[in-house]
Design a binder for this molecule. Structure first.
Ligand code: GAR
Length: 193
């Protein structure tokens, strides 16, 4: 693949529900010459997601869909992606579960970042559960998305040491810093770069 001109980058949509700090790190990465992806769409189920502001700032198209009728929302996305040649999806703090049918259509092309060392602590409240279990380490994982929640093939993980006095907030902060580095690295890895 020729990457130097930027024209052949794989068009990617990032799905968010909240702050979008991982989205920001992916946008920055995508602008680097070495990035195999460009960020062409920001998708959110939440019209109030702070991360949607990055659409204006970086002139990226955005689409808000409420996912109340999941099939309808997903079909709209499939049609937008087809029309615009979007080939990859990065979930970045997206708190809705995509349907099996949607995942199948993008098989092997949907990535997710999760704030735990999977397979430990799938789902929600990962920090609290790690603290309750007095884990010495927690961390983050980038994985492919399959039809089982947080269970697809792991691409990369980063361990983070849990301090004795860590709280949910302090642990989340430490892990998030690592997430911002891990997601771009995982993308380079799947493109063999
Ligand atoms: C991140 O910590 C991400 O790993 C987590 O939500 C946060 C989003 O932060 N994702 C999940 O819990 C998915 N199950 P951000 O909006 O600042 O990127």
């Amino acid at each position: 693949m020729v990457l130097s001109t930027g024209y052949n980058k794989v068009k990617t949509a990032v799905f968010i529900s909240g702050t979008g700090s991982n989205l920001k790190s992916l946008i920055k990465f995508s602008k680097n010459r070495i990035s195999p992806i460009s960020i062409d769409y920001i998708i959110s189920n939440n019209s109030k997601a702070k991360g949607l502001n990055f659409a204006k700032k970086y002139k990226i198209k955005k689409k808000v869909l409420n996912f109340k009728n999941k099939q309808l929302s997903e079909n709209k996305l499939l049609s937008i992606f087809k029309k615009n040649n979007v080939k990859m999806i990065c979930l970045a703090g997206f708190m809705k579960i995509l349907s099996k049918n949607f995942i199948k259509k993008f098989e092997g092309k949907i990535l997710n970042i999760h704030p735990s060392l999977l397979p430990k602590y799938k789902g929600l409240y990962t920090y609290q559960r790690a603290l309750n279990n007095k884990e010495k380490y927690s961390g983050c994982t980038v994985h492919f998305v399959n039809s089982k929640l947080d269970s697809g093939k792991i691409i990369l993980q980063k361990k983070v040491k849990v301090a004795k006095n860590d709280t949910v907030n302090s642990l989340a902060k430490k892990i998030l810093i690592q997430e911002h580095k891990l997601y771009p690295k995982a993308i380079l890895k799947i493109f063999n770069l």
